[in-house]
Design a protein around this ligand. Sequence first.
Ligand code: ARG
Length: 712
Amino acid sequence: MKKFIYSVLALLMSGLVHADEGMWLPILLKKYNYEAMKAKGLKLTSEQLYDVNTSSLKDAVVWFGGGCTAEIISDKGLVLTNHHCGYDAIAGKSSPQDNILDNGFWAKNMSEEKAIEGLTIAIVQRMEDVTDKVLAEIKGMDEKTRAAKLPEIYRKIVKAATEGTNQEGLVREMFKGNAYYLFVLERYTDIRLVGTPPQSIGKFGGETDNWMWPRHTGDFSMFRIYANKDNKPAAYSVENKPYTPKHFLPINIKGVNKGDFAMIMGFPGRTNRYEFSQGVQIATDIVDPAIVALRDVRLNAWKEQMNKDVDTRLKLSSDFASVANYWKYFRGEAEQLKRNKVFEQKQKEEAAFAKWSANKAEYKNLLGDVKTTFEAYKPYGLQRTYLNEGILAPTLSKFIGMAMSMDETFEKGDEKAISKMKEQMIEGLKDLPYNPMIVAADKRMFDSILVLYYNNIPKDQQPAYMNDVVLKYNTDNPRAAIAAFTNDVFNNSIFADENMASAWFHNPRPALLRNDIAYKFIKAMRENYMSKFKSKVDAFTETSQALGRTYIKGLMEMNPSKTYYPDANSSLRLTYGTVKPYMKYQMITNLDEVIAKNKKFPTNPEYNVPQRLIDLYNAKDYGRYAMKDGKLPVAFLSDNDITGGNSGSPVIDGEGNIIGLAFDGNWEAMSGNIHFDPANKRTINVDIRYVLWLIEKYGQAPQIVNEMKLIK
Ligand code: ARG
């Protein structure tokens, strides 16, 4: 009896506490979540959430550019996403003469919309559990063979599912390889910019407020999907027509209240919720601080040049924003993993598992093996980070990385491959802006990164090149040697000059490359990694993946009544919960506070606002978008479980209407990718009323609002 009461209580408790945890697979909602969702206020049928044959939410929630989410909000393929998701496209269309990043842009009609080369939007057609098919092919394989074989198996499954159609497919591994799902997509390639506020609104608060609440960012931008006359994907053409969606989201402008049902569908990127305690330690003590230190250097070097020149600022803005975003992220993650005692919590979970598995052959050695595996890896824990976030981060290194692949193609001597590669390289150069200011930034970061490398990578892990070449520049003083070496690199490498670099790619001569000082350096660094550390890093990745897979399988056996959700992996998911404040904080912010922040911090450019916004604020013309207290809402909180990649996702009410646009998480829960913390974890959303007010009143583009279906 006692036990019974206890378990009922535990069930209730877990229902209360964990209700909003989980990034669920849409195809399984009906089976696992639908009743709980109804209890929270969902009014739709499960078919309206996800169905293959009738139109459902999944037809309106789209994958934007591979890294964000967006949603279709009109029958003419109008798409809404975050400003920070459209940022690269917006900055790419900006110049000092036509500066839409700083000034905003609102197409007056469709002919003014700006085609964005390279941007694509993918729409999920269906998904399917292909676990049996995959497992049948990899049965009995060791981890290395399995990892090598998987891509081939995926290709086969995708081919069978999409052959003869214009669709594409991808297979995603779930639960570290306990399950596999196929997603079939249609990818639209004619995408045009429809509207964006100036970045002083769309990115209000900048890096200062990023990852924090209270928040006042009008983080939205709008695009349109174009299709051919059959409504199918097609390359850009003036003949193309606005896409007619199977479903689009109506807009609820009635406003949000505490406790309202709120669900978010989207494409969350990556979580690692089943990580072992040792992995948490590697994050807090080794990897996260290194990423922060290396990004610090890059950001400072860029900032210095961006402040000098508008053209350089526009060229670097997008890269700056994305590097800064995760610079702050990793600072927060390390801090909050510690503050929320995630290591200790994981240890407790592992202790329970150890107890349960003590007599089970399959599991009893697992945690011991985990310990050995992580201990063996720890000494090399910085190798990959210092290469990717450090040595290879300057533009100069990226040029050399490209030239190196070119060189390898030369060695093979295949003329056709060489000319194809040349084309690709010249195309690739467009994404790597370079001018004398960017070279100056590059030089500063190259120098600082090398100092960090020299100081923080164990000496016996550094390449001989360090001693034999770099330190020879000044045998008494390593710091001075690195500075002198850096000077030599930037005085003499052809890749430290935008014209010479570009000339090399147009007329690639291997001999010139092989004599280049920067090339020799990068090559030495790379070879050091490839010959000494890659196999260790790979072995760790494979083994820890296999151990994680067994651990999750064991956890599921240990708790048979619990429903598990897979880690985020850039596939379509749904999270549900409610509109909800936390701690001492308010639940909704308003425009008064935007103006107040601007006044309070006059010297922080991240709190600049356009005069027009101040004028409109003074006029108080909020119309149908005002809250009951007469103020204009800006952002609100909900307790959904999201992560990066969910940016731009719709926040949807119980009837299937959009009430907001998810754009961030809160500082106190930055440990969220590794451990869900129900008390602290919140999603930060732009209120849809602020979005519509900005389009209609600020942008004076009521025709865009008129396209939408409003629920008043
Ligand atoms: N932290 C947010 C996200 O990852 C927004 C990032 C863009 N803003 C910025 N200040 N860099 O979705």
